[in-house]
Each structure stands twice: as C-alpha cells, then as structure tokens.
Design a protein around this ligand. Structure first.
Ligand code: DX5
Ligand code: ZN
Length: 212
C-alpha cells in the first residue's frame, strides 16, 4: 500500500527534519489535515504549511479538507502545491461541483466519508473521483482508536471498483498501525494514512515498511 504520513502528528516546529524523515522513507504521499473549527471542533493547518512543505519535498501532497465550503478553498490549496484535494461528503450539498472544480485546477479529487456515513451515500460520485477516503476515526483528532466498520466499507468500495471498473484509489485514515493496516490491506485498501504510529516509532522508515 501507499503510506501517507499525517503531519498532524509531526513536530511542526522541526519541519525540515520531519520532512527529511519522510523523504528518506518509502512513504510516497504526505497527508495534510485542514480543519476549520466548524465542520470539526479543532483547527489545524492552512495553505502556508502546505507551501512550506511543497518547497521541502517532491512527495505527493494529499490535502484532506475537514471544512465546510470546500469550493472556496480549492484554488488556494492548488496554489500552495496540493496534488490531491479530498473534501467531505457531509460538508457539501453539491459534491459534483467540488469534484469538477478540483479537476479544473489540474489536480486529483477525493471524496471522504465519516464513520457514520455509508458507502451508499456517495455511489453517484464514484465514477468521477480519483480517491475515496474512508475515515476510520471521527475526523478532527489524531491518536484515536481505529473503528472497525471501515473494513467493510473498503471491501464494498473494492467490489464496486472492480465491477464498474472505476479508477479510484481507496484510502483509509485514522488509527492505522501494525495491527490495523493489514485488516484494510486484506480488503483492497490502496493508501493508508498514519500519524501517531509513524511519528512515535523508533524508526520512522521501518514503521512505514511495516504498514505498507
Ligand atoms: C483525523 C485525521 C487523521 C489523523 C490520523 O481527523 O484526519 O489524518 O492525523 O492520525 P492517527 O494516525 O494518529 O489516527
Ligand atoms: Zn486526515
């Protein structure tokens, strides 16, 4: 699987060193959680951090918008260097317009569902997205316990993808570690996001290998 270290768990005060760790590992994406204090209670990073990171790496920048009104943020994050922008289905009345605008900016588009949202809810958008991000914790906080209902969602998305020949990647975010990564891998997950497990590991690059 592709591994996407989540910067939420990194030491932002030592940004060059943290990015160097990622650059020296097999992780090929970097996951950036953007929170607005409204769709989720906390706030986190903005586009300034994305542009700083863009200057330090050639890795694929995976921006996860946990915000209302994603449409208004697309150009800013594209300009900052995002390769993929994922927004939440629950935060948007017109997901198709967001997908179209992301694509019009020349980057990949992802749609994300919270633990309570069923795959069924996003069926009509599946032909148009590059990534489906399954949340395996309530969005908004790192270090939470993996919610097992994500496993069946991965399985369902994998089946749909095969039957309908959809091109999206299946990504899982939250509580990923050496025990939970194999559970989603077995069902066809393509990308795992991991924050606390990777950044607390004694060897970052070994930990990346363990969950890949
Ligand atoms: C949670 C975020 C995750 C978070 C994952 O709202 O979307 O990306 O950083 O962190 P861990 O791996 O610690 O659960
Ligand atoms: Zn995330």
């Amino acid at each position: 699987m592709i591994v996407a270290p989540s910067m939420l768990a990194a030491n932002i005060k030592a940004l060059p060193e943290e990015i160097e760790k990622i650059n020296n590992s097999d992780a090929s994406w970097i996951h950036l959680d953007i929170m607005d204090g409204a769709f989720v209670p906390n706030t986190s990073f903005d586009e300034d951090l994305v542009s700083k990171i863009r200057k330090l790496t050639t890795k694929f920048l995976d921006v996860h918008l946990m915000t209302f009104n994603p449409l208004a943020l697309i150009e800013r994050y594209k300009k900052a260097g995002a390769d993929l922008i994922t927004f939440h289905y629950e935060a948007e009345k017109d997901p198709l317009s967001v997908i179209r605008k992301i694509h019009a900016n020349g980057i990949k588009a992802g749609i994300s569902i919270k633990p309570q949202t069923k795959v069924e809810a996003i069926i009509e958008y599946l032909p148009f997205v590059d990534v489906v991000l399954v949340m395996s914790v309530e969005p908004g906080l790192g270090g939470q316990k993996f919610l097992t209902n994500a496993i069946a969602k991965v399985e369902e998305l994998k089946k749909l993808k095969e039957i309908k020949k959809y091109p999206y990647l299946i990504e899982v975010d939250g509580g990923i570690n050496q025990e939970t990564a194999p559970l989603v891998k077995a069902k066809g997950c393509d990308v795992v996001v991991s924050g606390s497990y990777l950044f607390k590991a004694l060897s970052f690059s070994k930990a990346v290998k363990v969950i890949s």
